[in-house]
Design a binder for this molecule. Sequence first.
Ligand SMILES: C[S@@+](CC[C@H](N)C(=O)[O-])C[C@H]1O[C@@H](n2cnc3c(N)ncnc32)[C@H](O)[C@@H]1O
Length: 270
Amino acid sequence: MALTSPENFNSNYLRDQVMQTYDQVARQPEGEYHFHRGAEYAHTYLAYNKEELTHIPSDSSDRFAGVGNPLLIGDNTPGVKPLSVGETVLDHACGGGMDLLIAARRIGETGKAIGVDMTKAMRQQAIKGAKKSGLGDIVDIREGVYESLPVESESIDVVISNGVLNLAPDKHVVFNEILRVLKPGGRLFLADVVVQRELTLDARSNPDLWAACIGGALVESELTELAAITGMVDGRIVQRFNCFLNTSAEQHVAKDLFVHGVNFYARKPE
Ligand SMILES: C[S@@+](CC[C@H](N)C(=O)[O-])C[C@H]1O[C@@H](n2cnc3c(N)ncnc32)[C@H](O)[C@@H]1O
């Protein structure tokens, strides 16, 4: 079970590593990393709409490091309501803000787009991106962690999440926060890394492997389980992405474990 980290897991070390990595990505998005980044990757590997990407300033899109395409869930999943004009959306670890800005353009000036992130350099880029795209009035970037969101209860129509659940030592806490902030009937559009079989205890105990987005990845079936335990309904995987194709992560572990990205949908009951 990967829903919580093993006993004695060094969560503080993990958080420091994650912050350092994404501080570096924010400052030097063109550097060498074990994961893909940027708009071209988003279009080619994750089926992002090319036209929508042209509206996103490079301050945000160069720093995109997601593993799936959360907004696509609302676009092409039967029975799921897409993000709509006037809604309030939260990206609970928004990084440079690419998903948030795409969402903000869709909800328009009567909506509200809140982005939370713990890494200052990422928040600064997200704010820059929002201003440059003329969305500064509806985008609100906040400092915080997704384990304790600086967001009012039952205030959000759609929570989006891309590539970050795997980094949480306790996934129950993250899902409980999502449930708290969603309005009744609110939707979760989540993308994350999953594995096909449980890792060894050694791998699960290695914070460096967690920081590489693999050590904390859920076994695929656990996502649906987690949503159900939390009290969400309709939980299901709706798309898959080969997000590590042609990266160093693929060469080392991804092929063996079939580590890949999924889009996952769930809803808070009415
Ligand atoms: C893999 S990136 C994904 C960012 C964004 N969702 C995207 O698709 O580009 C990881 C981001 O999650 C943030 N992050 C990691 N753990 C977090 C936490 N506990 N609370 C808030 N943000 C966190 C990091 O600061 C970093 O900006």
